[in-house]
Design a protein around this ligand. Structure first.
Ligand SMILES: Nc1ncnc2c1ncn2[C@@H]1O[C@H](COP(=O)(O)OP(=O)(O)O)[C@@H](O)[C@H]1O
Ligand SMILES: N[C@@H](CCOP(=O)(O)O)C(=O)O
Length: 292
């Protein structure tokens, strides 16, 4: 048997829709795999009752199929599904790394990114790789058609998860399919600022670069209290806050020493709207880790 842990991830970071992603220290999924005649899946842990065990409907089933690696797969969920924290991607990334090792397929970590992205197509309708790339490689990642670029970064983050469910599939349906040139220019500027900030582990630049006038405003209505929670995070010392992935989690980047205050303020702002929430005080983490 092989055991692999893969972390939660936060995709988009505002200006990098379907391109940027960052691995978080926590939470994480743990996946156990054993060779078998055919693939079977068992799911336990956070939100497991909402996750199908049918290999055709679970992200890990698509990964096993893509690697021709049938297995008994047990998933212990630490990342709540439909959270905006790459829940479906954490399982897919862990399964890709585990099955590649179990069956000695010899794929590099970079080569496993499109394999794990096959799983994302099963749940969201698009094989977007912005969650699976950091879940496999760790750090901050930039995904394009040509491949993945990884940047090491050290940042203090808060991921605040309200008791609201937003499915990635639904949140993708509200994204505009055209943008004006002025919006494009603004987005390129923000995205470039964010990448420079990641390379320098500079929370001010990253916070500034998270601004986005295209995708985020279209999705903000799906999260009750979005504006108030972002404002509370900034007032408490965050340099920026935005929707994590497709939501409902809100990700905040913190100045040194403000992480606790940011977390408390975000929870309180949700509570003022009558929404319960929990906050992960986290940072940029490693990718999938194999435990034998
Ligand atoms: N291994 C898995 N882990 C989590 N969710 C899964 C998995 N396989 C399929 N799903 C389905 O994917 C959906 C959650 O994915 P998504 O909406 O992208 O959430 P998240 O934003 O947390 O990744 C749910 O409908 C869930 O049932
Ligand atoms: N780029 C995708 C990311 C979805 O992330 P998730 O964590 O919500 O699955 C999107 O924004 O749709």
């Amino acid at each position: 048997m092989l055991i692999v842990r893969a972390p939660a991830t936060s995709a988009n970071l505002g200006s990098g829709f379907d391109v940027f992603g960052v691995a978080l220290d926590r939470p994480a999924d743990v996946v156990r795999v054993e060779k078998a005649e055919r693939t079977t899946i068992e799911v336990t842990g956070v939100g497991s009752r909402y996750i199908p065990e049918d290999p055709k409907r679970n992200t890990v089933g698509a990964v096993a199929e893509a690697l021709s690696a049938p297995a008994r797969i047990r998933i212990d969920k630490g990342v709540r599904p439909a959270s905006g924290l790459g829940s479906s991607a954490a399982s897919a990334a862990a399964a890709a790394v585990a099955l590649n090792e179990l069956y000695d397929r010899g794929r590099s970590r970079e080569e496993l990114v499109p394999v794990a992205a096959e799983g994302e197509a099963v749940v969201s309708g698009a094989a977007h790789a912005d969650n699976v790339a950091p879940a496999i490689l760790g750090g901050f990642t930039v995904v394009t058609e040509e491949g993945v670029t990884r940047v090491d970064a050290d940042l203090s983050l808060v991921a605040c998860l309200p008791d609201i469910v937003v499915s990635t599939r639904d949140a993708r349906s509200v994204v505009p399919d055209r943008v004006a040139l002025t919006d494009l220019v603004e987005t390129v500027g923000h995205a470039a600022t964010l990448v420079a900030g990641m390379a320098r582990s500079d929370p001010d630049l990253v916070g500034r670069g998270m601004a986005d006038g295209v995708v985020t405003p279209a999705r903000a209505d799906l999260i009750d209290g979005y504006d108030e929670v972002c404002a509370a995070a900034r007032d408490a010392g965050a340099t920026g806050a935005t929707i994590s992935g497709a939501g409902p989690t809100i990700l905040a980047v913190c100045r040194s020493g403000t992480q606790r205050a940011v977390a408390v303020s975000m929870i309180e702002a949700f509570e003022e709207r009558g929404v319960e929430a929990q906050a992960y005080r986290t940072g940029v983490g490693d990718g999938a880790t194999i435990y034998r």
